[in-house]
Write a protein that binds this ligand. Structure first.
Ligand code: NAD
Length: 262
């Protein structure tokens, strides 16, 4: 019988993480590096990506690629590079919270939101599965509690995307499980990142509400009584990607301090 430590080890694995320059993506990079994986990091933020790679030091082999994931042509260009090393694990994490009043949503805003928060995951999965058809692989998609319970009325298209990520995850698990692909999703909620710090500032400005404080409807639902840390999402992603989770398929796992169950 393999030991638990061995089942969790990522030595010899190549993990592609999108949105790896900050927040949850950066924590994912650190956690997978610590577990022994080689990393392929994608982000639109060139300087942030360089800093993230530098922070990882010599602990693992890292390649970085500046890719705007909201642009399908850039995704194609990435996969089309002759020297791109094909990962065995794909983590679709890149996303952005685009707040807008419902009646101010226009086609341009909707297209941009869908392109980054939903379509990019589909294109990345399509290319990944095509390249790994014979070998199989592991996909972890980062959805959100917002896919199930809306908590901000100015994030409606974002919620639509995150619900779409769940459908994509289950559909791919169903379609490609027998070909050796494990596909699962995580539903983070209330994780302290640069992205949610911006949300917090916007809520303070627009609603005069401090999201970090319990007492507000959102905070009151966190039965652990606090916001989570990016690494607390990364550790669950590591479990899902590892052989410890070899029989977990098509799952949507909340990492939300109790938000969905309160
Ligand atoms: N933080 C939370 O509480 C929370 C909750 C639920 C879901 N999520 C999801 O987790 C993921 C990460 O969230 P976060 O809070 O760490 O975000 P963040 O804003 O802190 O970091 C997002 C990263 O994605 C990159 N990115 C943005 N647009 C990009 C593009 N067009 N192409 C490539 N990279 C791009 C950014 O440069 C950044 O490095 C997102 O998908 C988000 O929806 C986060």
């Amino acid at each position: 019988m393999r030991t638990s430590t061995d089942l969790l080890r990522m030595k010899g694995r190549r993990v592609l993480i999108t949105g790896a320059a900050a927040g949850i993506g950066k924590a994912l990079a650190h956690r997978f590096a610590e577990a022994g994986a080689d990393l392929i990091l994608l982000d639109i933020n060139e300087a942030g990506l360089a800093r993230a790679a530098e922070d990882l030091g010599a602990a693992c082999k890292v390649t970085t690629h500046v890719v705007d994931l909201s642009d399908r042509a850039r995704i194609d260009a990435f996969w089309g590079q002759p020297d791109v090393s094909i990962p065995d694990t794909l983590i679709n994490n890149a996303g952005a919270y685009r707040m807008r009043d419902f009646f101010e949503i226009d086609a341009h805003y909707l297209d941009a939101t869908l392109a980054l928060n939903l379509e990019s995951a589909l294109w990345m999965c399509q290319r990944f599965i095509a390249r790994r058809k014979k070998a199989g692989g592991v996909i972890v998609n980062i959805s959100s509690v917002e896919a199930i319970v809306p908590f901000r009325d100015d994030l409606i298209p974002y919620g639509m995307c995150k619900a779409g990520i769940l459908a994509l995850t289950r559909s791919l698990a169903h379609a490609f499980g027998r070909q050796g692909f494990r596909v699962n999703a995580l539903l983070p909620g209330a994780i302290k990142t640069p992205g949610t710090e911006q949300l917090r500032k916007a809520a303070l400005q627009r609603l005069n509400v401090d999201l970090m404080k319990t007492g507000y409807e959102f905070g009151a639902r966190l039965s652990l009584g606090r916001w989570g840390l990016p690494d607390e999402v990364a550790t669950v992603a590591l479990f899902l990607a590892s052989d410890l989770a070899s029989y977990v398929q098509g799952a949507a796992i909340p990492v939300d301090g109790g938000f969905l169950s309160s």
